[in-house]
Write a new protein. Structure first.
Length: 431
């Protein structure tokens, strides 16, 4: 068969009811599609079987991670062209069932089945999370989810994140700046919003590899407790603390934030951690942090947000992200986050949107990964490296196209006297 690409293109367009915006290159060497467009490379029939068994995003993700699908051309351009067919199409079991009522669609599916060949379902790639039944966001399930994402290997994260080892949105003065300067500026921005002073106690929830803890202790003279559920992160952070000569001021714990019992703290930073909390547990999270702060203490909550749905009851977690990147992670609209913080007793004093900053950050991480692609695969696995490349590139586009955002929320545990301790012109942040 020397025309697999043309047949595949015709069948897929019949099912989608829309033209494919990219070229197709099939396993037999044939090509079809718009001239000059980037090519989606279907390396074998197994890719089709994955899509037939799991139509939509998860089937595509499995084929990509397994190496059954590839891209010849610019990754961002290809993802942008395909966004309307994947992330923005909103296909679920209900819409697929409705589509299959069309005789032409059913005929096209039968054609795909024939083209796919022998039809046992391929096993998911080993990088996919193995689901365990039970409640989400218990201490045990949270620890397992964090380990899946963060215990990939510190050497791998050094490639992606660079010397700063900060795994959250940087704060850019200019798109031409360096990632290291932008991450330093982000940490300093957090410290200034928290108004840290020598001798104060800071709790850094989800402390990662210790960057915030080291910066706050070294530059602002505070004592820091950093908590993480990742053993690998904690070991790396403790070494950084020792190398900086800060062991008398920084303690790194492998501990659930719900088990911290040595408050009160003068300030709390939570940078890129709250996405793991989950909607059911978010009020509990906010109340725990409120109780750990002294009256007048500040919380800086840095968190990715999704756009609200017309029907919030129908919201579903991104299938690829949930299966391969952030198991059990959930995003909430910024309004929901502010409401929950206020329900817990906080006074929300400032919300700053940093959406464009995350797009810039993610593109730098992708560039770092691609620059050391062979070594990155050796440190983890080819499938894991493909997961990260796709996830970060797609996320960069999601921020740039305003499908998701990221915000810093500054909140205060306002004392009974009503004095917040905030300056009249807060946005100067002591600069």
């Amino acid at each position: 068969m020397a025309d697999a690409a043309l047949r595949l293109k015709s069948l897929v367009e019949q099912i989608l009811g829309a033209p494919l915006p990219v070229r197709l290159r099939a396993w037999d060497g044939s090509e079809a599609g718009p001239p000059g467009a980037p090519a989606l490379v279907v390396r074998n029939r197994r890719a089709l079987r994955r899509l037939l068994w799991k139509p939509g995003e998860l089937g595509l993700a499995r084929a990509w991670v397994a190496g059954d699908l590839g891209i010849d051309g610019d990754l961002y351009t290809t993802l942008d062209l395909m966004a309307g067919l994947i992330w923005e199409r909103g296909e679920d079991a209900r819409t697929l069932t409705q589509a299959l009522r069309d005789p032409d669609v059913r005929a096209a599916v039968r054609g795909l089945v024939k083209l796919a060949g022998p039809f046992p379902p391929p096993a998911p790639p080993r990088e996919e999370v193995r689901r365990v039944r039970g409640h989400l966001h218990t201490r045990r399930t949270d620890k397992r989810a964090i380990s899946h994402h963060y215990d990939v290997g510190n050497d791998f994260y050094e490639i992606v994140l660079g010397p700063s080892m900060v795994y959250s949105c940087a704060y850019w003065e200019s798109p031409d700046g360096t990632l290291e300067d932008a991450q330093r500026d982000k940490l300093e921005l957090v410290c200034r919003k928290l108004d840290l002073k020598p001798g104060q106690r800071l709790l850094d929830v989800g402390c990662g590899w210790g960057s915030m803890a080291v910066h706050a202790a070294r530059e602002h003279g505070v004592s820091v407790v950093g908590v993480t559920l990742s053993q690998e992160q904690a070991a790396y952070a403790r070494k950084r603390v020792a190398d900086e000569g800060l062991t008398d001021r920084v303690e790194i714990r492998v501990q659930d934030y719900r088990d911290v019992a040595d408050g009160p703290y003068d300030a709390i930073s939570s940078i890129g951690m709250a996405e793991h909390v989950g909607a059911e547990r978010y009020l509990e999270y906010a109340r725990v942090l409120h109780a750990l702060l002294k009256p007048g203490g500040r919380l800086l909550n840095h968190q990715i947000a999704r756009r609200p749905e017309q029907d919030e009851s129908a919201y579903s977690v991104d299938a690829f992200i949930d299966a391969y990147v952030f198991p059990d992670g959930e995003l909430a609209p910024i309004g929901t986050t502010v409401t929950q913080l206020e329900r817990a007793g906080f006074e929300v004093r400032d919300v700053e949107a940093l959406r464009e900053h995350y797009g810039l950050t993610l593109r730098r991480w992708v560039a770092n990964l691609e620059a050391e692609w062979v070594r990155a695969q050796a440190l983890t696995s080819p499938g894991r490296a493909r997961v990260w490349r796709l996830y970060m590139a797609a996320s960069a586009l999601a921020f740039e196209r305003n499908r998701i955002g990221v915000n810093q929320v500054l909140a205060v545990r306002t004392p009974d006297s009503g004095g917040s301790g905030m300056p009249l012109r807060a946005r100067t942040w002591g600069a």
